[in-house]
Ligand binder design. Structure first.
Ligand SMILES: C[S@@+](CC[C@H](N)C(=O)[O-])C[C@H]1O[C@@H](n2cnc3c(N)ncnc32)[C@H](O)[C@@H]1O
Ligand code: SF4
Length: 364
């Protein structure tokens, strides 16, 4: 029976100082929240999870948002300490926090490190003052640069988020931002193409994203630029120096178990051979092996290494090559969009541009 030993913990902090016009993540304005009360609620939720998942080792903790850099370092430490008290924390567990430069104060990063954070992910979004304003960011370029300098000084493991394929953006301008971000020596980069999500200010203003072919070309050139600078593309939007892939996010893409704490957080875990989809605070819906298998295909193909066939079988009990549509797979292989080794099935470079289509075909 499949019984994973490790678990990842996601702490969602859905509060932001202001709302960015492109963002459709669940969030609330941070004014007037009783932070200590929210943290107390999270600690209660962690204790409830401990009762049903007692024997796990925590491999990673991720404070995501929203804007988790609004949590006081004292409260960050409180949450980490509680997790370490409830379960055993793996040696060198990755403990990440997403910081927004608009929450910066002089000792913020040192304080977060003292609280137990060992990987800092900074939401830079643009290294261009006008584009920061366009994206509705409330920090200046200078503050973003100052934060970048500080995080490489304070932490050994760091990442930044940038959004590209902005309306009318030219590759030459984007390449200058890429060159600048590379110069900081970050271990990891998450680069997202701007998407205009329904029910956002950008959608209401009818902002048009960069044309599809231009965005695809920008993606390809970005990939070459970063690979030449020792950042491997290991997931559709994520680049890392060797050994600095995000252990926490790999759990999602490789079908590992995780719990999610905080409004709009979710989890996946396997208990006595049954997979569960968890919704915060404490609602667990069993998943059939086929439902879990579909998720494993969808998530696994996002990785450059693709789906590990043996692991797939171990997790959901099904044989990957029998589960997916084999005649569609043959067509995809002939079109050069997917490829296979004895151990893995993966999307090729050309396939990475058509991932949603590939997944839809394989799951017909
Ligand atoms: C939920 S945010 C959390 C980070 C943090 N709140 C911040 O803004 O600095 C995670 C990342 O998703 C990306 N993102 C959010 N909305 C996006 C959109 N519409 N298009 C592209 N990327 C987006 C941004 O790069 C952002 O840093
Ligand atoms: S991008 Fe980050 S800071 Fe902006 S609204 Fe979304 S979660 Fe909040």
């Amino acid at each position: 029976m499949y019984q994973p030993q490790e678990i990842a913990v996601y702490i969602h902090w859905p509060f932001c100082k202001s709302k960015c016009p492109y963002c459709d993540f669940y969030k609330e304005l941070a004014h007037n929240i009783d932070q200590d009360a929210v943290v107390a609620e999270y600690i209660d939720a962690l204790r409830r999870y401990r009762q049903i998942l007692p024997e796990r080792t925590v491999k990673s903790i991720f404070f995501g948002g929203g804007t988790p850099s609004l949590i006081t370092p004292q409260n960050v430490a409180k949450i980490i300490d509680e997790i370490a008290r409830l379960w055993s924390l793996k040696n060198k567990a990755e403990i990440s926090l997403e910081a927004n430069p608009n929450t910066h104060y002089q000792t913020m990063f040192a304080d977060l490190k003292n609280a137990g954070i060992n990987r800092l992910s900074l939401g830079v979004q643009a290294l261009d003052e006008a584009d920061l304003r366009f994206l509705g960011r409330t920090h200046t370029l200078e503050t973003a640069r100052c934060c970048l300098k500080e995080i490489v000084e304070v932490f050994d493991n760091h990442s930044a988020d940038l959004i590209y394929a902005r309306p009318q953006q030219q590759y030459a301008d984007w390449e200058k931002e890429l060159a600048e971000i590379c110069a900081y020596g970050l271990k990891h980069l998450s680069l997202y193409q701007l998407t205009i999500e329904e029910n956002t200010v950008f959608a209401r203003k009818n902002i048009q994203p960069l044309e599809e072919n231009a965005a695809a070309e920008m993606y390809e050139r970005t990939r070459d630029f970063l690979v030449a600078r020792n950042y491997a593309l290991y997931e559709v939007s994520n680049f890392a120096q060797t050994g600095f892939e995000s252990a926490h996010n790999l759990t999602y893409w490789q079908g590992g178990d995780y719990i999610g704490i905080g409004k709009s957080a979710h989890g996946r875990f396997c208990l006595n051979g049954t997979h569960f989809a968890a919704e915060y605070p404490f609602e667990h819906t069993p998943l059939t092996p086929r439902e879990r298998a579909e998720e494993l295909v969808f998530m696994g193909l996002r990785l450059a290494s693709g789906i590990d066939k043996a692991r797939f079988k171990q997790i959901c009990g099904l044989n990957l090559m029998q589960f997916i549509n084999i005649s569609k797979l043959q067509e995809l292989q002939e079109a050069g969009l997917t490829a296979e080794t004895p151990t893995h099935l993966f999307a090729t470079r050309a396939g990475f541009l058509l991932l949603n289509q590939i997944v839809a075909e394989l799951l017909i």
